[in-house]
Design a protein around this ligand. Structure first.
Ligand SMILES: NC(=O)c1ccc[n+]([C@@H]2O[C@H](COP(=O)([O-])OP(=O)(O)OC[C@H]3O[C@@H](n4cnc5c(N)ncnc54)[C@H](O)[C@@H]3O)[C@@H](O)[C@H]2O)c1
Ligand SMILES: [Zn+2]
Ligand SMILES: [Zn+2]
Length: 344
């Protein structure tokens, strides 16, 4: 049996282990991918830290990871239209294809989803195996360091592009990697002002590198004052909630204009309290966002080819054997995206 290195949750409890595990054999309709680069996602940090969410969801031993780019190494029986050697990434949500949402193309709402690196072996390994229908061809012109985290870009794009952005003023609460990527997308898509908030100065500085008009530390600065400086007369047209923090969401509702639109991506770890009167009397529209639309893989590629530079969000690059340093960087709060190299 051929063996490979993989980053595995070995047993109940915090941490991960680099282990030798069998190279998966692609079954009928599956594709084996040789991994080139991976990126660490907040979900992986939950699994690493073994928080209550991870304790409920993760079986062990399991290879984790779902943000990656690589090349096709082998095709399972019956796979057509793909070739060994093609550069690819993979949609991490494996959907049933038969429920009402799958039939209408809204796979992000499939009721039978299972996730790569959460429910089944993932991509923090020399090889990963996924269904052929989840394989995404990646053009050779795209930088692998960026494609490595297209999964997260997809969340950002889906959240941001839910609304018209041309000439609009956008508030993003939460300058984590996804908030920062969303800021770049909003500017690329033609927003007038993009203002981002956080309580972490390191991350606000990264957002400035991504070209935001203002990056506001709401623990120290007054958002309405900055809105005046930025000539926002009536409030924000569009809000993207990307912190999962109740205080940030309440503040967002308070500074939206009447008729404003909000998309909600941030997952909190507890229920939050909101003033419904703010939402009702302003006529706000709220849209929950889960995952990404399948077609936004193409949109992401074209935006990057069209000049959207996402490299400012990459703060750390490590060889995969140094994954502990990678997770330490993520846990420090002083990181954007952390990319792991599997090519050497
Ligand atoms: N719905 C989905 O499908 C989906 C997918 C991926 C991620 N998520 C969620 O989206 C969010 C963003 O992802 P990420 O990886 O960038 O997360 P992250 O945790 O790295 O970033 C969240 C940021 O919010 C900031 N924050 C905390 N309190 C704040 C406040 N009061 N005001 C403003 N900012 C505040 C934090 O300092 C942090 O920088 C997370 O909540 C994540 O769980 C949801
Ligand atoms: Zn992810
Ligand atoms: Zn389905």
């Amino acid at each position: 049996m051929q063996m490979m290195n993989a980053i595995v949750k070995p047993a109940l409890g915090p941490g991960l282990e680099l282990r030798q595990v069998p190279v998966p054999a692609p079954g009928p309709g599956e594709v084996l991918i040789k991994v080139h680069k991976t990126a660490i996602c907040g979900t992986d940090v939950h699994i690493y830290n073994w928080d209550p969410w991870a304790q409920l969801h993760i079986k062990q031993p399991m290879t984790i990871g779902h943000e990656y780019v690589g090349e096709i190494a082998e095709l399972g029986a019956g796979v057509t239209g793909l070739q060994v050697g093609q550069r690819v990434s993979g949609e991490g949500h494996i959907t049933c294809g038969h429920c009402r949402n799958c039939h209408t193309g809204n796979i992000q709402w499939c009721k039978n989803t299972s996730s790569v690196g959460v429910d089944r072996d993932g991509a923090f390994a020399e090889y990963v195996c996924i269904p052929a229908s989840n394989v995404i061809l990646i053009d050779e012109s795209l930088p692998e360091d960026v494609v490595a985290f297209f999964d997260a870009v997809g969340n950002a794009a889906h959240t941001a592009l839910m609304w018209d952005l041309v000439g609009e003023d956008v508030l993003i609460t939460g300058a984590g990697p996804i908030g920062i990527i969303a800021a770049g997308i909003c500017k690329y898509a033609g927003a007038r002002r993009v203002i981002i908030t956080d309580v972490n100065d390191y991350r606000l500085e990264l957002a400035r590198k991504m070209g935001v008009d203002a990056a506001v530390n709401t623990a120290k600065e007054d958002l309405p004052t900055i809105m005046k400086e930025q000539k926002l007369a009536e409030g924000f047209d569009v809000g993207l909630e990307m912190s999962g923090n109740g205080g940030a969401f309440r503040q967002m509702c308070s500074v939206m204009r009447n008729g404003g639109k909000i998309s909600l991506l941030g997952l909190g770890n507890k229920p939050i309290e909101v003033d419904m009167n703010d939402i009702i009397c302003k006529g706000l529209t709220l849209q929950g966002i889960y995952g990404r639309k399948m077609d936004n893989w193409h949109q992401m590629s074209y935006m990057v080819q069209g000049g959207l530079d996402l490299t400012p969000v990459i703060t750390h690059r490590f060889h995969y054997t140094q994954f502990v340093e990678g997770f330490a960087a993520m846990n420090s709060g002083k990181s954007g995206k952390v990319v792991l190299d599997w090519t050497k």
